[in-house]
Design a binder for this molecule. Structure first.
Ligand SMILES: Cc1ncc(COP(=O)(O)O)c(C=O)c1O
Length: 489
């Protein structure tokens, strides 16, 4: 198992003015030392200050905050005592997290009838459409059965259908620019294995999709986290991280980001594109959730902003897992045709090709996609509202923002008890992961839970009720639990 702690190579420094700005709202105007330590700890735990960042010199921070130097010294002492900072004599003070334990393998959890699953943010299949697609796929078998059935690039019909869909969405695409994969996760890990070399830097969002972070760690790449809050991306920080770290790759989920649900504004996309171009960074754009646009039209493909895409270093991933069903395991990569050839060559030693029958089913599902979404999106919108209503009823002290799309709420518990709560929830028959599972640095986001609205409203309400019961027990904030993990999606 790869080491959970991401190694950072960038010498990150936090200026006193920037820290003072970040602290606005978390501490009073002239913070006492405990309030100051608490503010820094909160920023660290929710990812707005990355791990291993050098904090400002005491004298500078004291002046930026208009407090005495003794106040800052005492606050840094408190942070050190709690394990949230580390100092080297004469060199400075860096953010740190209390030592957690190494992660174990995915916890095998016996799913019972009464267990409500909030660890997976993915909908069930549209059954009638799936049956019809299966029947239609059966009708096409006569064409495929006489052939060997190995298609490392994907069957030509599906490559064309995916290319057409990109073209209709505003990104002209040829079938040669599409590789069919076994889900978007496969598309990402394959691309990482082709483009990333051990030790390369990858800019990642913090928090982010855990299986992507695990793939990045597993490939021996070094994460450069940039925070995403419910206000979205700090674009200036993304740009400066790109410039300072010049990472080889950047992994972004601009559409209904998992887990925050944020949608990246057009203008930020342009800025990031421009900066990545200047730093030679490959943009790995994960559009797995793009179709789950609940409050407006689905966003155009990110790569469509790179007007004359020739030579652009943009790789786009997508899949049918959120629009249709994760059980299909059908995804794709869209990139330049040369890169697609390299990816197809690379995938052969591991899985040869994606199963033909699933691809034929996907072909029919893609053709009827707009009908499926017309039914699916209003239902998800209603489930989103129902979950928000259940939370307001049973857990009024929790806070969240309703995202414009995606499949979950990113809920602020107000105190760092998510791991303890997730443990207690298991005893109540609810499978859920604490926010730290989504942190680029394990141990952050301990005050958050990602709660999907993929359950039907009565079950979701029951799950929230059970979560509320965990709060009646003793939930002592503890360092994030990285030893027991559910698998998440
Ligand atoms: C952002 C993101 N990327 C990738 C995936 C994995 O998708 P797939 O099932 O197509 O492998 C998910 C699934 O939850 C996701 O949310």
């Amino acid at each position: 198992m790869a080491e959970a702690r991401v190694v950072h190579t960038v010498d990150r420094r936090l200026g006193s003015r920037r820290l003072a700005g970040l602290l606005t709202g978390t501490v009073g105007e002239r913070p006492g030392y405990r309030a100051l330590a608490h503010g820094v700890r909160t920023l660290l735990l929710d990812g707005r200050i990355p791990l291993h960042t050098r904090l400002p010199a005491e004298r500078e921070l004291a002046s930026a905050l208009a407090v005495s130097r003794a106040t800052v010294t005492a606050a840094y002492d408190v942070l050190r005592e709690g394990g949230y900072a580390r100092s080297r004599r004469g060199a400075g003070t860096w953010t740190e997290l209390p030592q957690g334990q190494r992660p174990s393998n995915v916890a095998a959890f016996p799913a019972g009838d009464d267990v409500l699953d909030l660890a997976i943010a993915a909908p069930g299949a549209p059954e009638a459409e799936l049956r019809a697609a299966l029947a239609a796929a059966g009708g096409m078998l006569a064409e495929h059965a006489p052939t060997p059935g190995y298609h490392p690039y994907g069957i030509p019909e599906l490559r064309s259908a995916v290319a057409e869909r990109f073209t209709r969405r505003g990104l002209p695409t040829l079938p040669d620019q599409v590789l069919i994969t076994t889900g978007a996760q496969h598309a990402l890990s394959l691309t990482l294995s082709l483009l990333g070399r051990q030790g390369d830097r990858v800019l990642v969002e913090n928090p982010s999709y855990p299986n992507a972070l695990d793939a990045i760690r597993g490939a021996g790449l070094r994460a450069v986290p940039v925070p995403v809050t419910e206000d979205g991306w700090d674009c200036g920080l993304v740009e400066s991280s790109l410039r300072q770290a010049a990472p080889r790759l950047a992994y972004l989920v601009p559409d209904f980001q998992n887990p925050t649900g944020c949608l990246m504004p057009h203008e930020q996309r342009l800025r990031i594109l421009e900066t990545a171009r200047a730093t030679g960074t490959w943009l790995l754009i994960d559009e797995t959730i793009t179709d789950i646009a609940l409050d407006g039209p689905p966003p155009a493909p990110f790569a469509s902003l790179a007007a004359h895409g020739v030579g652009e270093q943009i790789v786009t991933f997508g899949s049918l897992s959120k629009s249709h069903w994760g059980g299909l395991r059908i995804g794709w990569v869209r990139a330049g045709s040369g890169l697609i050839t390299e990816l197809a060559t690379k995938r052969v030693p591991s899985d040869m090709a994606t199963p033909v029958i699933e691809q034929l089913v996907a072909l029919h599902l893609l053709r009827g996609m707009d009908d499926v979404l017309r039914e699916r999106l209003p239902r998800l919108r209603a489930q989103r509202d129902a979950l928000a209503a259940s939370l307001a009823r049973h857990l009024p002290e929790w806070r969240w923002r309703v995202p414009p799309g995606g499949l979950s709420l990113w809920v602020d518990l107000g105190r760092p008890v998510a791991s303890a709560l997730a443990r207690a929830a298991l005893a109540q028959g609810v499978r859920i992961e604490g926010g730290s599972r989504f942190g680029a640095d394990p141990g952050t986001h301990e005050h958050r839970l990602r709660i999907p609205y993929t359950l039907l409203p009565p079950q979701a309400d029951e799950a929230v009720l059970r979560l509320s019961k965990t709060l009646t027990g003793d939930l002592t904030p503890t360092p994030a639990d990285t030893t027991r993990r559910h698998w998440v999606a």
